[in-house]
Design a protein around this ligand. Structure first.
Ligand code: KIV
Length: 275
C-alpha cells in the first residue's frame, strides 16, 4: 500500500518529521522509494534540472505527465505528487479540474501540487471535492518569478507575512493535505506551522516546518548551474559522473575498452565459412 494523506496528516499530530524529495525518472524514483521517503514530488523543477529551461515557466502538461508516469513505475510505497505546470490551473476551474485529473488518471499519481493561496482556493476546493488530494505551495512560488522580479525571499514585510498566513488558512479551508513553504523566513514558517492544522513542508523555510522537501539534483550535487543557499549537498554527483565519463572517453580512445570481458564469443568455424 502507498502512503496516504491520512498518514501524512497524522505525522504532524505525532510530531514526526515528514520527508519529501523530488524525482523525475524511473531509476532515481526507485532509489528514493527503497530508502523509504514517503512523499515523492515530480516537481516542475524538472524544467530546470532535467530539461535545461531557464525557469519552470515553459514546462508543459505533456512533459509533466511523461515524467510522472516514469516515477509512478519506479515507486511502490511512496505517494507520488504531480506538480501542475504554469497556466494549467489558472484560467478556469474546469481547466484546473481536468488537468489535475490527468495526473491521477493518465499518469497514476496519488496527489497534485499547485502554487498560490486565496486566488486558487476555490479551484483547490473543487479539485478536492472530485477526490483528488491537493498539496498547496506558498512563499517563493517559482511560477511567479516574473511578478516577484526574481528568486527573492518572501514574507519579510508585515503585509507579505500577513498575506502568507491568510493564504495558508485559505488553502487549509479549501482542503489541502499539506502546504509547501518555499524561501520564507524561518520564524514566519514556524508561526504558520503552529497556526494551521495541515502539515507544512519547508524548502528554505527553516527547521520549524513539519517536513522538508529538496530537489534531488541539489542534495546530490548533480545540478551545478547554481547551488541554492537552502540546500545541503550530501554527495558530489557531478564530480563523480564527470570523472567516470572522462575515464570511459579515455579508455575508448586508447582502445582499452571493451576487453574480452565485455565481449561475446562465437564458433570461429562459422566465420571461416562466410563468403
Ligand atoms: O518543482 C519543485 O521541485 C518544487 C519544490 C521545490 C517544492 O515545487
Amino acid at each position: 500500500m502507498r502512503v496516504s494523506i491520512n498518514e501524512i496528516k497524522e505525522m504532524k499530530q505525532k510530531g514526526e518529521k515528514i520527508t519529501m524529495l523530488t524525482a523525475y525518472d524511473y531509476s532515481t524514483a526507485k532509489i528514493v522509494d527503497e530508502v523509504g521517503i514517503p512523499l515523492v514530488l515530480v516537481g516542475d523543477s524538472l524544467g530546470m534540472v532535467v530539461l535545461g529551461y531557464e525557469s519552470t515557466i515553459p514546462v508543459t502538461m505533456a512533459e509533466m505527465l511523461h515524467h510522472t508516469k516514469t516515477v509512478v513505475r519506479g515507486t511502490k510505497h511512496a505517494m507520488v505528487i504531480g506538480d501542475m505546470p504554469f497556466m494549467t490551473y489558472h484560467v478556469t476551474t474546469e481547466d484546473a479540474m481536468r488537468n489535475a485529473a490527468r495526473f491521477i488518471q493518465e499518469a497514476g499519481a496519488q496527489a497534485i501540487k499547485l502554487e498560490g493561496g486565496v486566488t486558487v482556493a476555490e479551484k483547490v476546493k473543487r479539485i478536492v471535492e472530485c477526490g483528488i488530494p491537493v498539496m498547496g505551495h506558498l512563499g517563493l512560488t517559482p511560477q511567479s518569478i516574473l511578478q516577484f522580479g526574481g528568486y527573492k525571499i518572501q514574507g519579510r514585510t508585515p503585509e507579505v507575512a500577513q498575506k502568507l498566513l491568510e493564504d495558508a488558512r485559505a488553502l487549509e479551508q479549501a482542503g489541502v493535505f499539506a502546504i509547501v513553504l518555499e524561501t520564507v523566513p524561518a520564524p514566519l514558517a514556524a508561526l504558520v506551522t503552529q497556526k494551521i492544522s495541515v502539515p507544512t513542508i519547508g524548502i528554505g523555510a527553516g527547521p520549524g516546518c513539519d517536513g522538508q522537501v529538496q530537489v534531488i539534483h541539489d542534495i546530490l550535487g548533480w545540478f551545478t548551474d547554481f547551488v541554492p543557499k537552502h540546500t545541503k549537498q550530501y554527495a558530489k554527483l557531478h564530480d563523480v559522473m564527470s570523472t567516470a565519463i572522462a575515464e570511459y572517453y579515455k579508455d575508448v580512445k586508447a582502445g582499452s575498452f571493451p576487453t574480452e570481458k565485455q565481449s561475446f564469443t562465437m564458433d570461429e568455424s562459422i566465420l571461416a565459412r562466410l563468403k
